[in-house]
Design a protein around this ligand. Sequence first.
Ligand code: ATP
Ligand code: ATP
Ligand code: MG
Ligand code: MG
Ligand code: MG
Ligand code: MG
Length: 278
Amino acid sequence: MANSKFEYVRNFETPDPLLPNTWVVVRVDGRAFTKMCAKYNFEKPNDRRALDLMNTAAKAVVADLPEITLAYGVSDEYSFVFHKSCNLFDRRASKLVSTVVSTFTSHYVFSWSTHFPDTPLSFPLPTFDGRAVCYPSVQNLRDYLSWRQVDCHINNLYNTTFWTLIQSGGLDNKEAEKALAGTLAADKNEILFSRFSINYNNEPEIFRKGSVVFRDYELVDPGSNNIAQTIDSVAEPIKQSKTQAENDKKRRAKARILVEHLDIIKDDFWDRRPWILS
Ligand code: ATP
Ligand code: ATP
Ligand code: MG
Ligand code: MG
Ligand code: MG
Ligand code: MG
């Protein structure tokens, strides 16, 4: 493109590269989904169709962006983890976030009718916000993911008890809120069990643990000693030959993408799948 006298305005663009050699998490969150739930009659506390739709959209994002090594979703949010070696868009935050948000939203809207065959999409249409955060160590990244999964557990136990008190116990919202004020996890488990014969641990795993999206390679026996546990000990940039990088890319593109409902706080998930963080 020829230079023009207008071109100087490009200098008003502020660079926003994310810190190199860090794990980048882009989290998207549904905008005003409390209202969306009411408008589209989501089942409370957990509408399985809505969760499956979130997972379909997340899977499509992971398939579209091979630099994403793992994604974790709960409620109306999804966190996408870009490998620390990722150089997509020269790590420009606005490019990464906007691409994830718009890819996710497109697929969410495109797949709506598959998951909600009897509920046509109208207005307001679903929209999502997004942000990017860099985590310098594997420990920080795992703590981030643990934070989200603990949040899932705490909210789901609360919501399950709250809605059981309303739907099966005949309380109204205010009364249910009051009944739960100051209660601990053990109290909520007890309310569910003694009053409604519900064993919280038998609730579906997708509700209790959220959803993890990752590429499927052969599982590693946790007893073997080739587990990459020291990945984090020295924060070295990952150096790869061109061909190795190309092969990895092909391998990633071919791998099946799974959506599972697993504990990602304990070591086992990571020990058995060392490729995710290596
Ligand atoms: P914001 O725009 O600030 O994110 P929000 O209304 O989306 O506002 P969140 O904190 O993101 O607020 O909460 C999302 C709400 O949507 C929660 O009340 C959650 O229970 C509800 N929700 C999300 N997914 C489901 C689902 N699958 N089934 C039932 N309710 C859901
Ligand atoms: P990037 O992902 O970097 O943006 P790109 O292929 O989208 O890559 P752009 O610089 O955005 O590159 O260019 C958009 C291209 O799409 C141009 O080649 C433009 O001519 C073409 N294009 C956009 N809109 C139309 C249109 N309405 N009709 C025909 N061609 C179009
Ligand atoms: Mg939000
Ligand atoms: Mg929201
Ligand atoms: Mg949310
Ligand atoms: Mg373009």
